[in-house]
Design a protein around this ligand. Structure first.
Ligand code: GLU
Length: 431
Protein backbone atom coordinates (compact mmCIF):
# COMPACT_ATOMS: atom_id res chain seq x y z
CA UNK A 1 0.00 0.00 0.00
CA UNK A 2 1.18 3.50 -0.83
CA UNK A 3 1.84 5.75 2.12
CA UNK A 4 -0.77 8.12 0.68
CA UNK A 5 -3.51 5.57 1.42
CA UNK A 6 -2.58 4.88 4.98
CA UNK A 7 -4.88 7.50 6.48
CA UNK A 8 -7.98 6.42 4.53
CA UNK A 9 -7.22 2.81 5.44
CA UNK A 10 -7.00 3.80 9.12
CA UNK A 11 -10.32 5.63 8.99
CA UNK A 12 -12.02 2.67 7.34
CA UNK A 13 -11.94 0.86 10.67
CA UNK A 14 -14.41 3.28 12.20
CA UNK A 15 -17.39 2.12 10.13
CA UNK A 16 -17.93 -1.32 11.61
CA UNK A 17 -17.02 -0.28 15.14
CA UNK A 18 -19.50 2.59 15.10
CA UNK A 19 -22.36 0.11 14.62
CA UNK A 20 -21.39 -1.64 17.85
CA UNK A 21 -20.60 1.57 19.70
CA UNK A 22 -23.99 3.07 18.79
CA UNK A 23 -22.70 6.61 18.81
CA UNK A 24 -24.25 9.75 17.39
CA UNK A 25 -23.47 10.02 13.63
CA UNK A 26 -22.01 13.48 14.29
CA UNK A 27 -19.25 11.90 16.36
CA UNK A 28 -18.25 9.72 13.46
CA UNK A 29 -18.28 12.67 11.11
CA UNK A 30 -16.06 14.66 13.45
CA UNK A 31 -13.57 11.82 13.71
CA UNK A 32 -13.01 11.62 9.96
CA UNK A 33 -10.94 14.84 10.01
CA UNK A 34 -7.94 15.93 12.05
CA UNK A 35 -8.52 19.02 14.20
CA UNK A 36 -5.36 20.78 13.01
CA UNK A 37 -2.30 19.90 10.92
CA UNK A 38 0.94 21.86 10.89
CA UNK A 39 3.60 21.45 8.24
CA UNK A 40 6.96 23.11 8.85
CA UNK A 41 10.36 23.37 7.23
CA UNK A 42 13.31 22.87 9.51
CA UNK A 43 16.58 24.50 8.47
CA UNK A 44 19.63 22.78 9.97
CA UNK A 45 23.28 23.83 9.74
CA UNK A 46 25.24 20.65 8.97
CA UNK A 47 28.70 19.90 10.37
CA UNK A 48 30.37 20.67 7.04
CA UNK A 49 28.91 24.18 7.07
CA UNK A 50 26.17 23.52 4.51
CA UNK A 51 22.46 24.10 5.12
CA UNK A 52 19.81 21.38 4.83
CA UNK A 53 16.09 21.95 5.11
CA UNK A 54 13.99 19.07 6.44
CA UNK A 55 10.22 18.71 6.35
CA UNK A 56 8.29 18.15 9.56
CA UNK A 57 4.69 17.77 10.70
CA UNK A 58 2.56 17.86 13.82
CA UNK A 59 -1.06 16.80 13.66
CA UNK A 60 -3.52 17.23 16.50
CA UNK A 61 -6.25 14.81 15.62
CA UNK A 62 -8.79 15.20 18.38
CA UNK A 63 -8.75 16.86 21.77
CA UNK A 64 -12.27 16.11 23.02
CA UNK A 65 -10.94 14.02 25.90
CA UNK A 66 -7.90 16.13 26.78
CA UNK A 67 -4.70 17.60 25.29
CA UNK A 68 -3.36 15.93 22.14
CA UNK A 69 -0.82 13.19 22.91
CA UNK A 70 1.55 11.27 20.72
CA UNK A 71 5.13 10.75 19.70
CA UNK A 72 7.49 12.35 17.22
CA UNK A 73 9.21 10.05 14.73
CA UNK A 74 12.33 10.70 12.69
CA UNK A 75 12.17 8.47 9.62
CA UNK A 76 12.77 8.79 5.87
CA UNK A 77 9.20 7.58 5.15
CA UNK A 78 7.44 10.24 7.22
CA UNK A 79 4.67 12.06 5.32
CA UNK A 80 1.68 14.16 6.32
CA UNK A 81 -0.65 11.28 5.48
CA UNK A 82 1.28 8.92 7.72
CA UNK A 83 1.36 11.40 10.61
CA UNK A 84 -2.41 11.90 10.27
CA UNK A 85 -3.01 8.15 10.48
CA UNK A 86 -0.70 7.86 13.48
CA UNK A 87 -2.46 10.79 15.20
CA UNK A 88 -5.83 9.15 14.57
CA UNK A 89 -4.55 5.91 16.14
CA UNK A 90 -3.30 7.88 19.16
CA UNK A 91 -6.80 9.34 19.63
CA UNK A 92 -8.30 5.86 19.76
CA UNK A 93 -5.42 4.48 21.84
CA UNK A 94 -5.78 7.07 24.62
CA UNK A 95 -9.52 6.41 24.70
CA UNK A 96 -9.08 2.61 24.86
CA UNK A 97 -6.93 2.86 27.99
CA UNK A 98 -9.14 5.62 29.39
CA UNK A 99 -6.42 8.23 29.93
CA UNK A 100 -7.46 11.90 29.66
CA UNK A 101 -5.77 12.73 26.36
CA UNK A 102 -6.76 13.21 22.77
CA UNK A 103 -4.49 12.09 19.94
CA UNK A 104 -1.64 13.77 18.09
CA UNK A 105 1.55 12.82 16.30
CA UNK A 106 4.61 14.44 14.80
CA UNK A 107 7.34 13.48 12.42
CA UNK A 108 10.35 14.67 10.48
CA UNK A 109 11.28 13.17 7.11
CA UNK A 110 14.90 12.27 7.78
CA UNK A 111 17.17 9.28 8.18
CA UNK A 112 18.64 10.09 11.59
CA UNK A 113 21.29 7.38 11.16
CA UNK A 114 22.93 9.62 8.57
CA UNK A 115 23.25 12.58 10.94
CA UNK A 116 26.00 13.27 13.45
CA UNK A 117 24.97 13.67 17.08
CA UNK A 118 25.34 17.43 16.88
CA UNK A 119 23.26 17.58 13.70
CA UNK A 120 20.59 15.48 15.40
CA UNK A 121 20.53 17.85 18.35
CA UNK A 122 20.24 20.89 16.08
CA UNK A 123 17.42 19.23 14.12
CA UNK A 124 15.52 18.31 17.31
CA UNK A 125 15.79 21.80 18.76
CA UNK A 126 14.95 23.46 15.46
CA UNK A 127 11.83 21.29 15.03
CA UNK A 128 10.58 22.32 18.47
CA UNK A 129 11.13 26.00 17.63
CA UNK A 130 8.95 25.56 14.53
CA UNK A 131 6.10 23.81 16.37
CA UNK A 132 6.36 25.60 19.75
CA UNK A 133 3.12 27.54 19.32
CA UNK A 134 1.25 24.36 18.41
CA UNK A 135 2.26 22.26 21.45
CA UNK A 136 2.14 22.76 25.22
CA UNK A 137 1.38 20.88 28.45
CA UNK A 138 -2.34 21.71 28.13
CA UNK A 139 -2.68 21.54 24.34
CA UNK A 140 -0.49 18.86 22.82
CA UNK A 141 2.20 16.76 24.50
CA UNK A 142 4.80 14.95 22.32
CA UNK A 143 6.84 11.85 23.23
CA UNK A 144 9.32 9.44 21.60
CA UNK A 145 8.41 7.25 18.64
CA UNK A 146 10.35 5.45 15.87
CA UNK A 147 14.04 6.53 15.92
CA UNK A 148 13.62 9.14 18.64
CA UNK A 149 14.62 8.55 22.27
CA UNK A 150 14.85 10.00 25.78
CA UNK A 151 17.86 12.21 25.00
CA UNK A 152 16.02 13.81 22.06
CA UNK A 153 13.02 14.43 24.34
CA UNK A 154 15.36 16.11 26.81
CA UNK A 155 16.69 18.47 24.10
CA UNK A 156 13.15 19.25 23.00
CA UNK A 157 11.95 19.98 26.55
CA UNK A 158 14.97 22.19 27.08
CA UNK A 159 14.36 24.15 23.86
CA UNK A 160 10.68 24.64 24.67
CA UNK A 161 11.54 25.78 28.21
CA UNK A 162 14.04 28.31 26.85
CA UNK A 163 11.39 29.80 24.57
CA UNK A 164 8.90 30.08 27.42
CA UNK A 165 11.63 31.25 29.84
CA UNK A 166 10.59 28.73 32.48
CA UNK A 167 11.18 25.05 33.08
CA UNK A 168 8.28 23.15 31.53
CA UNK A 169 8.86 19.38 31.83
CA UNK A 170 5.17 18.54 31.22
CA UNK A 171 5.40 19.70 27.59
CA UNK A 172 6.92 16.37 26.55
CA UNK A 173 7.17 12.84 27.95
CA UNK A 174 9.70 10.05 27.65
CA UNK A 175 12.45 12.35 28.99
CA UNK A 176 15.62 11.16 30.74
CA UNK A 177 14.93 10.45 34.43
CA UNK A 178 17.14 13.31 35.77
CA UNK A 179 15.23 15.76 33.57
CA UNK A 180 11.78 14.82 34.87
CA UNK A 181 11.23 11.49 33.12
CA UNK A 182 9.21 8.75 34.80
CA UNK A 183 10.68 5.51 36.05
CA UNK A 184 9.34 2.68 33.92
CA UNK A 185 8.71 4.76 30.76
CA UNK A 186 11.57 3.10 28.83
CA UNK A 187 10.07 -0.40 28.78
CA UNK A 188 6.41 0.65 29.09
CA UNK A 189 5.32 -0.17 25.52
CA UNK A 190 6.82 -3.66 25.64
CA UNK A 191 5.54 -4.20 29.18
CA UNK A 192 1.99 -3.20 28.25
CA UNK A 193 2.05 -5.73 25.40
CA UNK A 194 3.45 -8.33 27.79
CA UNK A 195 0.58 -7.74 30.23
CA UNK A 196 -1.86 -8.31 27.33
CA UNK A 197 -0.09 -11.58 26.47
CA UNK A 198 -0.27 -12.69 30.12
CA UNK A 199 -4.02 -12.05 30.08
CA UNK A 200 -4.35 -14.24 26.99
CA UNK A 201 -2.11 -16.86 28.60
CA UNK A 202 -4.47 -17.27 31.53
CA UNK A 203 -7.60 -17.21 29.36
CA UNK A 204 -6.21 -19.80 26.94
CA UNK A 205 -4.17 -21.91 29.37
CA UNK A 206 -0.90 -21.48 27.51
CA UNK A 207 2.26 -23.16 28.77
CA UNK A 208 5.03 -20.56 28.24
CA UNK A 209 7.67 -23.20 27.41
CA UNK A 210 5.51 -24.44 24.53
CA UNK A 211 5.00 -20.98 23.04
CA UNK A 212 7.24 -20.07 20.10
CA UNK A 213 7.43 -16.35 19.43
CA UNK A 214 8.66 -14.32 16.45
CA UNK A 215 9.37 -10.60 16.92
CA UNK A 216 9.64 -8.34 13.88
CA UNK A 217 11.55 -5.21 14.87
CA UNK A 218 14.11 -5.20 17.65
CA UNK A 219 13.90 -1.58 18.76
CA UNK A 220 12.75 -0.37 22.16
CA UNK A 221 9.33 -2.06 22.21
CA UNK A 222 10.39 -5.30 20.48
CA UNK A 223 13.38 -5.83 22.76
CA UNK A 224 11.44 -5.30 25.96
CA UNK A 225 8.49 -7.53 25.12
CA UNK A 226 10.93 -10.27 23.97
CA UNK A 227 12.91 -9.97 27.19
CA UNK A 228 9.87 -10.11 29.46
CA UNK A 229 8.48 -13.15 27.61
CA UNK A 230 11.88 -14.88 27.65
CA UNK A 231 12.07 -14.41 31.42
CA UNK A 232 8.75 -16.22 31.75
CA UNK A 233 9.98 -19.15 29.68
CA UNK A 234 8.52 -18.28 26.27
CA UNK A 235 10.74 -19.35 23.37
CA UNK A 236 11.73 -16.37 21.26
CA UNK A 237 12.69 -18.19 18.05
CA UNK A 238 13.07 -15.29 15.61
CA UNK A 239 13.86 -11.59 15.73
CA UNK A 240 14.61 -9.02 13.05
CA UNK A 241 15.66 -5.45 12.47
CA UNK A 242 15.87 -3.30 9.35
CA UNK A 243 19.00 -5.26 8.27
CA UNK A 244 17.45 -8.74 8.34
CA UNK A 245 16.21 -11.54 10.59
CA UNK A 246 17.60 -14.50 12.51
CA UNK A 247 15.88 -17.76 13.35
CA UNK A 248 16.74 -20.37 15.97
CA UNK A 249 14.05 -23.05 16.55
CA UNK A 250 15.32 -23.78 20.09
CA UNK A 251 14.90 -20.15 21.11
CA UNK A 252 17.40 -17.35 21.70
CA UNK A 253 18.96 -16.15 24.89
CA UNK A 254 17.24 -12.77 24.56
CA UNK A 255 19.46 -10.79 26.99
CA UNK A 256 22.56 -11.69 24.90
CA UNK A 257 20.76 -10.70 21.70
CA UNK A 258 19.88 -7.35 23.21
CA UNK A 259 23.43 -6.87 24.41
CA UNK A 260 24.84 -7.63 20.96
CA UNK A 261 22.30 -5.53 19.11
CA UNK A 262 22.97 -2.53 21.33
CA UNK A 263 26.73 -3.00 21.26
CA UNK A 264 26.87 -3.11 17.48
CA UNK A 265 23.70 -1.04 16.88
CA UNK A 266 22.67 -3.72 14.38
CA UNK A 267 21.35 -7.23 14.71
CA UNK A 268 23.58 -8.14 11.79
CA UNK A 269 26.44 -8.47 14.25
CA UNK A 270 24.73 -11.55 15.57
CA UNK A 271 25.11 -13.44 12.32
CA UNK A 272 28.16 -11.75 10.86
CA UNK A 273 31.58 -13.44 10.89
CA UNK A 274 33.90 -13.14 13.79
CA UNK A 275 34.19 -12.59 17.54
CA UNK A 276 30.92 -12.23 19.40
CA UNK A 277 28.82 -13.06 16.35
CA UNK A 278 29.98 -16.66 16.30
CA UNK A 279 28.66 -17.31 19.76
CA UNK A 280 25.05 -17.24 18.52
CA UNK A 281 23.86 -20.12 16.46
CA UNK A 282 21.16 -18.91 14.08
CA UNK A 283 19.82 -19.16 10.58
CA UNK A 284 19.68 -15.95 8.61
CA UNK A 285 16.25 -15.30 7.10
CA UNK A 286 14.50 -12.28 5.61
CA UNK A 287 12.01 -10.02 7.34
CA UNK A 288 9.29 -11.37 5.04
CA UNK A 289 10.15 -14.96 5.99
CA UNK A 290 10.01 -14.10 9.68
CA UNK A 291 6.40 -12.96 9.33
CA UNK A 292 5.45 -16.25 7.70
CA UNK A 293 7.10 -18.55 10.25
CA UNK A 294 5.07 -21.31 11.84
CA UNK A 295 5.03 -19.83 15.36
CA UNK A 296 2.44 -19.53 18.11
CA UNK A 297 2.78 -15.79 18.62
CA UNK A 298 3.77 -13.22 16.04
CA UNK A 299 4.74 -9.78 17.30
CA UNK A 300 5.13 -7.12 14.60
CA UNK A 301 7.04 -4.37 16.43
CA UNK A 302 8.50 -2.37 13.53
CA UNK A 303 6.54 -0.15 11.16
CA UNK A 304 3.08 0.04 9.60
CA UNK A 305 1.86 -1.94 6.54
CA UNK A 306 3.90 -5.11 7.13
CA UNK A 307 1.05 -7.60 6.73
CA UNK A 308 -0.93 -6.73 3.62
CA UNK A 309 -3.25 -8.41 1.11
CA UNK A 310 -0.09 -9.79 -0.52
CA UNK A 311 1.27 -11.84 2.35
CA UNK A 312 -1.71 -12.25 4.73
CA UNK A 313 -2.61 -15.62 3.24
CA UNK A 314 0.86 -16.95 4.15
CA UNK A 315 0.81 -15.87 7.78
CA UNK A 316 0.66 -18.98 9.98
CA UNK A 317 0.68 -17.56 13.52
CA UNK A 318 -2.73 -18.01 15.17
CA UNK A 319 -2.16 -15.06 17.51
CA UNK A 320 -0.71 -11.67 16.52
CA UNK A 321 0.15 -8.93 18.98
CA UNK A 322 0.47 -5.56 17.24
CA UNK A 323 3.26 -3.78 19.06
CA UNK A 324 3.93 -1.49 16.09
CA UNK A 325 1.32 1.05 15.03
CA UNK A 326 -0.70 -0.13 12.03
CA UNK A 327 1.34 -3.21 11.00
CA UNK A 328 -1.73 -4.91 9.44
CA UNK A 329 -3.76 -3.26 6.66
CA UNK A 330 -7.56 -3.49 6.75
CA UNK A 331 -7.57 -5.85 3.75
CA UNK A 332 -5.08 -8.15 5.47
CA UNK A 333 -7.20 -7.97 8.61
CA UNK A 334 -10.13 -9.49 6.74
CA UNK A 335 -8.00 -12.30 5.34
CA UNK A 336 -6.50 -13.10 8.75
CA UNK A 337 -9.95 -12.90 10.32
CA UNK A 338 -11.29 -15.49 7.89
CA UNK A 339 -8.36 -17.74 8.82
CA UNK A 340 -9.38 -17.41 12.48
CA UNK A 341 -6.33 -15.50 13.73
CA UNK A 342 -6.69 -13.58 16.97
CA UNK A 343 -5.20 -10.09 16.63
CA UNK A 344 -4.60 -7.95 19.70
CA UNK A 345 -4.81 -4.53 18.02
CA UNK A 346 -2.16 -1.81 18.29
CA UNK A 347 -4.46 0.66 20.03
CA UNK A 348 -4.57 -1.75 22.97
CA UNK A 349 -1.38 -3.85 22.66
CA UNK A 350 1.05 -0.92 22.47
CA UNK A 351 -0.86 1.48 24.73
CA UNK A 352 1.50 0.87 27.67
CA UNK A 353 3.87 3.55 26.34
CA UNK A 354 1.36 6.35 26.29
CA UNK A 355 -0.09 5.19 29.60
CA UNK A 356 3.24 5.68 31.36
CA UNK A 357 3.63 8.94 29.41
CA UNK A 358 0.42 10.00 31.13
CA UNK A 359 1.95 9.04 34.48
CA UNK A 360 5.01 11.13 33.61
CA UNK A 361 2.85 14.16 32.76
CA UNK A 362 0.94 13.78 36.04
CA UNK A 363 4.21 13.53 38.01
CA UNK A 364 5.63 16.61 36.24
CA UNK A 365 2.55 18.62 37.03
CA UNK A 366 2.49 17.49 40.65
CA UNK A 367 6.27 17.73 41.10
CA UNK A 368 6.05 14.45 43.00
CA UNK A 369 7.71 11.31 41.64
CA UNK A 370 6.63 7.70 41.99
CA UNK A 371 8.62 4.51 42.59
CA UNK A 372 9.10 1.94 39.81
CA UNK A 373 6.80 -0.46 41.69
CA UNK A 374 4.04 2.16 41.71
CA UNK A 375 4.41 2.75 37.97
CA UNK A 376 4.30 -0.99 37.22
CA UNK A 377 1.33 -1.54 39.47
CA UNK A 378 -0.67 1.33 37.96
CA UNK A 379 0.20 0.27 34.41
CA UNK A 380 -0.79 -3.31 35.20
CA UNK A 381 -4.13 -2.20 36.64
CA UNK A 382 -5.00 -0.18 33.52
CA UNK A 383 -3.85 -2.78 30.98
CA UNK A 384 -5.64 -5.66 32.72
CA UNK A 385 -8.83 -3.63 33.11
CA UNK A 386 -8.96 -2.41 29.51
CA UNK A 387 -7.84 -5.72 28.03
CA UNK A 388 -10.75 -7.24 29.97
CA UNK A 389 -13.18 -4.59 28.71
CA UNK A 390 -12.15 -5.14 25.08
CA UNK A 391 -12.19 -8.94 25.42
CA UNK A 392 -15.64 -8.87 26.98
CA UNK A 393 -17.02 -6.57 24.27
CA UNK A 394 -15.50 -8.85 21.63
CA UNK A 395 -17.23 -11.88 23.16
CA UNK A 396 -20.55 -10.14 23.77
CA UNK A 397 -20.73 -8.69 20.27
CA UNK A 398 -19.17 -11.75 18.61
CA UNK A 399 -16.74 -9.56 16.76
CA UNK A 400 -12.95 -9.36 16.46
CA UNK A 401 -10.76 -7.73 19.04
CA UNK A 402 -9.87 -4.72 16.86
CA UNK A 403 -13.51 -3.83 16.22
CA UNK A 404 -14.22 -4.21 19.94
CA UNK A 405 -11.29 -1.91 20.83
CA UNK A 406 -12.44 0.73 18.34
CA UNK A 407 -16.01 0.44 19.62
CA UNK A 408 -14.81 1.02 23.19
CA UNK A 409 -12.73 4.01 22.05
CA UNK A 410 -15.63 5.45 20.07
CA UNK A 411 -17.97 5.19 23.04
CA UNK A 412 -15.54 7.14 25.20
CA UNK A 413 -14.72 9.76 22.56
CA UNK A 414 -18.41 9.95 21.64
CA UNK A 415 -19.39 10.55 25.26
CA UNK A 416 -17.01 13.53 25.45
CA UNK A 417 -18.20 15.02 22.16
CA UNK A 418 -21.87 14.45 22.93
CA UNK A 419 -21.50 16.08 26.36
CA UNK A 420 -21.37 19.43 24.53
CA UNK A 421 -24.61 18.59 22.71
CA UNK A 422 -25.15 17.15 19.23
CA UNK A 423 -27.72 17.82 16.50
CA UNK A 424 -30.25 15.52 18.12
CA UNK A 425 -30.02 17.54 21.35
CA UNK A 426 -30.15 21.00 19.75
CA UNK A 427 -32.99 20.17 17.40
CA UNK A 428 -35.20 18.80 20.13
CA UNK A 429 -37.48 21.18 22.08
CA UNK A 430 -37.28 19.36 25.36
CA UNK A 431 -35.57 21.31 28.12
N1 GLU B 1 4.93 6.81 20.36
C1 GLU B 1 4.22 6.03 21.30
C2 GLU B 1 2.93 5.50 20.69
O1 GLU B 1 2.81 5.39 19.49
C3 GLU B 1 4.02 6.75 22.62
C4 GLU B 1 3.24 8.03 22.56
C5 GLU B 1 3.25 8.80 23.87
O2 GLU B 1 3.82 8.34 24.83
O3 GLU B 1 2.68 9.88 23.86
O4 GLU B 1 2.04 5.10 21.38
Amino acid sequence: MENADIFSDAIRRLGQASKIAQIDPEVLERLKYPRASLQVSIPVRMDDGSLRVFEGYRVRYDDSRGPGKGGIRFHPQVSLDEVKALAFWMTCKCAVVGIPFGGAKGGVTVNPKELSRLELERLSRSFIRQIADFIGPETDVPAPDVYTNAMIMGWMMDEYSKLRRQRMPAVITGKPIPLGGSLGRDDATGRGAYYCIKELESRRNWQPSEMRVAVQGFGNAGQHVAQLLHKDGYKVVAVSDSQGAIYQPDGFDVPSLIYMKNESRRLKAVYCDGSVCESVHAEKISNAELLELDVDLLIPAALENQITAENAEHIKAPVIIEVANGPITSEADEILGRKGALIVPDILANAGGVTVSYFEWVQNKAGYYWSLEEVHEKLHTIMVREFGNVYELMTDEQTDMRTAAYALALRRIGAAISAHGTGSYFSSDEA
